[in-house]
Design a protein around this ligand. Structure first.
Ligand SMILES: [Zn+2]
Length: 288
């Protein structure tokens, strides 16, 4: 097997070649989530910042309780996610610059650009805030709708944390923050490409779709005599689950990407095309 087979396979898994940026952003998000989790636990359970004894909460007071919980979680989130948003902004600029540079290699050298970076950062920040609020709302809704859950969760601060905050806010955010990181890196990379194409006078572009995330280089294809010759040893050594993209329960997402391959789009059309789904890693490529 020619070494190129592996580099092509790796490229098809991530046509934007930005998995390193995705990983760094996701790591920052995970750290912030861990910080938020421990802050929320400390405030709610250990310190009882409300001065509230949940054992005394009248079921009729659940609304007041939820409002205070809402305030507490949002205040903690503001602190916890500030480092990650800084990190997110830097990494989105990096992904954008990589897209600009790649377009320069594909078409013709182009000077560094920053045209769309403000919009990209704003969009990612807005998505992050909406995601945090969405999970807090989900928890409140569960507590409002499920009397049994509310009764149990209001028996103690600890139960409120373990039965409501943890399952409805913290845990769902793990995969959602990964998807947010991944999708926004793809958006930034392609925005960099599209801005550069525009500078370079490109009129139409196509899509290079990633292949199915489960498409891995089989072990049997690895050269036996010289495994080091493989272009991406760190990818080869990673466990299979490292390639499994979480796609909000839809394993057909790659069909979406593949449908775009072979078509030609104007730059304006392409700007709204990719990312096409959470965790999308498709790349815009120049045509004419
Ligand atoms: Zn895609």
């Amino acid at each position: 097997v020619h070494p190129h087979a592996f580099s092509d396979a790796a490229k098809k898994r991530d046509p934007t070649q930005s998995n390193d940026i995705r990983r760094r952003m996701a790591t920052g998000m995970r750290q912030s989530l861990a910080l938020w989790r421990s802050q929320a636990y400390a405030a709610l359970v250990e310190a009882d910042q409300f001065g509230y004894s949940y054992g005394d909460v009248d079921p009729g007071d659940i609304e007041a309780l939820l409002e205070r919980l809402d305030t507490l979680l949002l205040r903690q989130a503001e602190f916890a996610f500030t480092p990650a948003t800084d990190n997110m902004e830097t990494l989105l600029r990096t992904a954008y610059a990589r897209g600009v540079r790649k377009a320069g290699q594909e078409v013709a050298p182009v000077l560094p650009l920053t045209n769309s970076t403000t919009d990209l950062i704003l969009k990612a920040r807005t998505e992050l805030e909406a995601m945090l609020l969405d999970q807090i709302d989900e928890m409140k809704q569960q507590l409002e709708e499920d009397d049994t859950l509310a009764a149990a969760a209001t028996r103690s601060r600890h139960l409120l944390y373990t039965m409501a905050v943890l399952p409805f806010v913290i845990r769902p955010l793990v995969s959602r923050l990964n998807a947010l990181s991944s999708t926004n890196v793809t958006r930034a990379y392609n925005a960099g490409k599209l801005d550069a194409y525009e500078e370079l006078g490109i009129q139409t572009v196509g899509v290079e779709a990633e292949t199915h995330p489960d498409h891995r280089v089989p072990e049997s294809m690895l050269p036996e005599e010289n495994p080091e010759a493989v272009s991406f040893p760190e990818e080869r050594d990673r466990p299979p689950e490292a390639y499994t993209v979480e796609t909000v329960g839809d394993d057909k997402v790659c069909d979406i990407c593949e449908n775009y391959e072979g078509n030609s789009y104007t730059l304006a059309e392409a700007r709204d095309l990719i990312p096409a789904h959470p965790n999308c890693r498709c790349s815009i490529v120049p045509l004419t």
